[in-house]
Design a protein around this ligand. Structure first.
Ligand code: APR
Length: 249
């Protein structure tokens, strides 16, 4: 049997936008202009706690009410924020590229989806989802978890935020690795490069031949690894970059 080729374009760098495969990694910076606080800007504290002290399984085991309140407040705050021009620009890019654009986000908000993006992987989980520690089911959740509600599937009061804490394995790593390896272009937007494995995606994509671009307010911890870096507000840089691509394509 002859193996089917995915398409007739040779593997390697492609030329026009319609033939390009792009992976975009987003972090808290893309949602900052929507009013969602980032993790490491300003004092980086939440009610005197470092984020790293709240977002761990150990913190949850020791102080579940405090951890629930952190995420319950963030979930409730989603109702008061809207996607900004950066999220909307990525949705426009997906309209043109379809399956050749994948957004991998570290963000647990739903602003990419509300802007119209459909190909989004939430590697750190989602605020609007709860994970049952008893039956391991994942269920869409819009209310609070701090009152320890019962799991709709198994009835046990064991729901936790469906977010990936420090020390836990991010979601969708196999799909992300495959997409990075197939990408012609990797773009990192609004992330400090402080947290792995996401901070290592630029090296992974480069090693497989992708061109790399960073769009961030300031140099990230991994800026030197990118072919090109542009510094400024995501709400300005991302629409400008997408407009360039759409004009070229
Ligand atoms: N436009 C572009 N970049 C911005 C903007 C903006 N308006 N505002 C802030 N930034 C940049 C900051 O300069 C910073 O480099 O966004 C980055 C945000 O960094 P972090 O707060 O560290 O957020 P992120 O990189 O997403 O954190 C990674 O750490 O706490 C964990 O799981 C959590 O997903 C999170 C992960």
């Amino acid at each position: 049997m002859v193996a089917a080729h995915r398409d007739s374009v040779p593997v390697g760098r492609r030329r026009t936008l319609v033939e390009m495969s792009i992976v975009v990694l987003t972090g808290a910076g893309i949602s900052a202009e929507s009013g969602v606080p980032t993790f490491r800007d300003a004092d980086g504290l939440w009610e005197g706690h470092r984020v790293e002290d709240v977002a761990t399984p150990e913190a949850y085991a020791a102080q579940p009410a405090v951890v629930h309140r952190f995420y319950d407040d963030r979930r409730a705050a989603l109702a008061g924020v809207e996607p900004n021009p950066a999220h909307r620009a990525l949705a426009r890019l997906e309209e043109r590229l379809g399956d050749d654009l994948l957004v991998v986000t570290q963000n647990i908000d739903d602003l990419h989806e509300r802007a119209g993006s459909t190909r989004v992987l939430h590697m750190h989980g989602e605020l609007l989802s709860a994970l049952c520690r008893a039956c391991e089911g994942r269920v869409r959740w819009t209310g609070r978890l701090g009152e320890f509600p019962a799991c709709p599937s198994c009835g046990i009061s064991a729901l936790r935020p469906d977010v990936v804490w420090f020390g836990e394995v991010p979601y969708e790593m196999d799909r992300i690795a495959a997409a990075l390896e197939a990408a012609d272009l990797f773009v990192s937007i609004g992330t400090s490069g402080a947290v792995y494995p996401a901070a290592g995606f630029v090296q992974h994509a480069r090693a497989h031949g992708a061109a790399t671009l960073e769009l961030n307010l300031q140099p990230s911890e991994v800026s030197r690894l990118f072919d090109e870096t542009r510094h400024g507000l995501a709400g300005e840089l991302v629409p400008a970059w997408v407009a360039e691509l759409l004009a070229d394509g």
